[in-house]
Structure formats: structure tokens, C-alpha cells
Design a protein around this ligand. Structure first.
Ligand SMILES: C[S@@+](CC[C@H](N)C(=O)[O-])C[C@H]1O[C@@H](n2cnc3c(N)ncnc32)[C@H](O)[C@@H]1O
Length: 304
């Protein structure tokens, strides 16, 4: 939703903007063009490949760009390191990129047979294979239930644990076969591959995506300058719930009980909700990029 993001941020020359999820640098490129000649962009991606591609794409903007191979949840420490105190806008376009999904060897896709990896940052952390081969049945059930909203989670976890007793689960197709065996065929959803929810759950767990979002968003809101705006695009209800609650919390003022004649809590709203309901991709965008069908954009503005 590049046009909507650009309209929300209205980048200006001299402003400092953060793109927490560079990917192919589409949003960053637009922000830099719109904030010429002196707008600056600070970009993050946990994926070294994405960072290299973004760095090549943004090279034309020279010293106006600073890129970091880091989780955007490190925003506060990173800005302190480079001596930036306030930012004028930020964008987060969450989840994995089409590029990551298409790269077979990354193990994100249930449609390609590959090692079960799913790490955005391949230099650190546990892979999806590590999780399915070591977590207890209870932990696997919880992850698949909480992060995949999969009603067959218990059976899937039980099939995984039984299978790994004889052979470690190392590839995406091994896992897909187990999931297909665990969900009775009559219950498969017509327009949803049976492995969709479990793969989403494992990806979220491997990359600790919800924790990064909670931590990063709190700092990004705090670092926004008065009048600055934040735009977040999420792709599933778990992410959107965190964004909605963080924004609503930042836009909440006095919380004194009604019977108190005058405010004693002293709380004032820090932000204003620019979008009360999330914006959705247009039919044209969905036709061009089917993944945008589930995208929801929320925008907030700092008012103090
Ligand atoms: C949907 S893509 C972004 C696409 C981008 N807006 C563009 O215009 O091309 C998401 C990117 O964010 C990265 N990412 C996701 N969560 C992250 C996090 N917590 N910290 C840093 N990068 C993250 C992924 O590695 C991926 O490259």
C-alpha cells in the first residue's frame, strides 16, 4: 500500500524517517524521493540478503541513507548510537517479503521442498527444524494454537512428536505431510492449504515476531516528534491486535474513575488515531499483488 503510506507520512525535506522493514526498499525509495533534497532515512532489516538489495537500490540517495542489519526492536539503542533523538515518521511493513517466500532454500514456503529454516536472520537463532525436533508436545500445541489459530494444533503436535521419535523432521515437505495426516481430509478448508496456519505459527515463533513488534512499536512511538506519524501494515489478526492496542493506548488520556470530580491521574493522550478503522488494499492492488488481500494499514500521529 505504497501510496497510502506515502500520503500518511507526507515526508518533507529535512525530516528523519525510519523504515523498520526495508525488504526491497520500495517504501524507503518513495520516502527518500518525497523528502528530497535533505530528508534522511534510517532503515532496518534482519535479513542480510534484503539489506544488501536495499543498500544497492538506495545507493543513489548517498549520505541521506543509513542502513542496519538489525531487528527494528533495537531502534532506541540504534538511534542513541548515531545521535538521533527524534524521528519524523516511521513505517513497518510486517512479516516476510515475497522475495523470502520465493527463495526455496529459506524454508518459509509449504509449496517448495527445502530445509525447515524460516529464520529471517540466518546468522542467529533457532530454526523451525530446531523447534519441531526439540520442543515438548505441549509447547508445540501452544505455539500452533496461539500463533496459527489452528484448531487441529493438538493433533498436529502429537503427529510431530510421534514422527520425530523415528526420524528428525528436517524439511518443509516432511512437515507438510505430517500436517496433512493430522488434519482429517474432510476438514481441509477449500481455499486454505492445510499447512498454512502451522507454517505461520512456526515462522512467528522462530522469529519472535510478536515480541519484536510490541517492543519496537513502543519505542518508535516514544521517539516520534510532535506532528510525526507512524504507519504499520500487518498481515494477520495477531499483529493487527498489537498495533491497534499500542495505538489506542497511546491515544488514551485521563483514566480517572467517573466519580472523581477533577483528573488526578494526569494522563494525557500522546497520539491521535489517523485511521480509526484499518485501511485495506484496493481491488487493483490485490489484483496486482494477491498477498495484499490481507494487509491492514493503521496510522497514528504524535500530538505532544
Ligand atoms: C513485507 S517485507 C517489506 C517490504 C518493503 N516494505 C518493500 O517496500 O519492499 C518485510 C521485511 O521486513 C523484514 N523484517 C520483518 N520483521 C523484522 C524485524 N523485526 N526487524 C527487522 N526486519 C524485519 C523482513 O526480513 C522482510 O525483509
Amino acid at each position: 500500500m505504497p501510496d497510502e503510506v506515502l500520503e500518511a507520512l507526507s515526508p518533507r525535506s529535512g525530516g528523519i524517517y525510519v523504515d523498520g522493514t526495508l525488504g526491497g526498499a520500495g517504501h524507503s525509495g518513495l520516502i527518500l524521493e518525497a523528502s528530497a533534497p535533505e530528508g534522511e532515512l534510517i532503515g532496518f532489516d534482519r535479513d542480510a540478503e534484503a539489506l544488501a538489495a536495499a543498500s544497492e537500490r538506495l545507493a543513489v540517495f548517498g549520505g541521506r541513507v543509513r542502513l542496519f542489519h538489525r531487528n527494528f526492536s533495537s531502534i532506541a539503542a540504534t538511534l542513541a548510537e548515531i545521535g538521533v533523538e527524534r524521528i519524523d515518521g516511521f513505517v513497518l511493513d510486517l512479516g516476510v517479503s515475497s522475495h523470502q517466500l520465493d527463495r526455496e532454500e529459506r524454508g518459509f514456503s509449504f509449496q517448495q521442498d527445502a530445509p525447515l529454516d524460516m529464520r529471517m536472520d540466518r546468522s542467529a537463532g533457532r530454526t523451525a527444524a530446531d523447534l519441531v525436533n526439540t520442543l515438548s508436545e505441549g509447547e508445540l500445541t501452544r505455539i500452533v494454537t496461539d500463533y496459527g489459530e489452528e484448531r487441529w494444533a493438538k493433533r498436529i503436535a502429537s503427529f510431530i512428536v510421534k514422527a520425530r521419535d523415528t526420524h528428525p523432521i528436517e524439511t518443509t515437505f516432511q512437515l507438510v505431510d505430517l500436517i496433512k495426516g493430522a488434519i482429517p481430509k474432510a476438514k481441509w478448508e477449500e481455499r486454505l492449504h492445510p499447512a498454512t496456519r502451522t507454517f505461520q505459527a512456526l515462522r512467528i515463533a522462530v522469529n519472535e515476531e510478536l515480541k519484536s513488534l510490541e517492543d519496537g512499536l513502543a519505542d518508535l512511538l516514544r521517539l516520534l516528534a510532535k506532528g510525526g506519524r507512524g504507519a504499520v501494515i500487518s498481515f494477520h489478526s495477531l499483529e493487527d491486535r498489537i498495533v491497534k492496542e499500542s495505538f489506542r493506548n497511546a491515544a488514551t488520556g485521563c483514566t480517572c474513575p467517573k466519580f472523581v470530580p477533577r483528573c488526578i491521574c494526569g494522563r494525557v493522550p500522546e497520539c491521535r488515531l489517523v485511521t480509526r478503522k484499518p485501511l485495506r488494499a484496493t481491488d487493483r492492488e490485490v489484483a496486482e499483488n494477491p498477498r495484499s488481500r490481507s494487509a491492514r494499514l493503521r496510522v497514528v500521529e504524535k500530538i505532544v
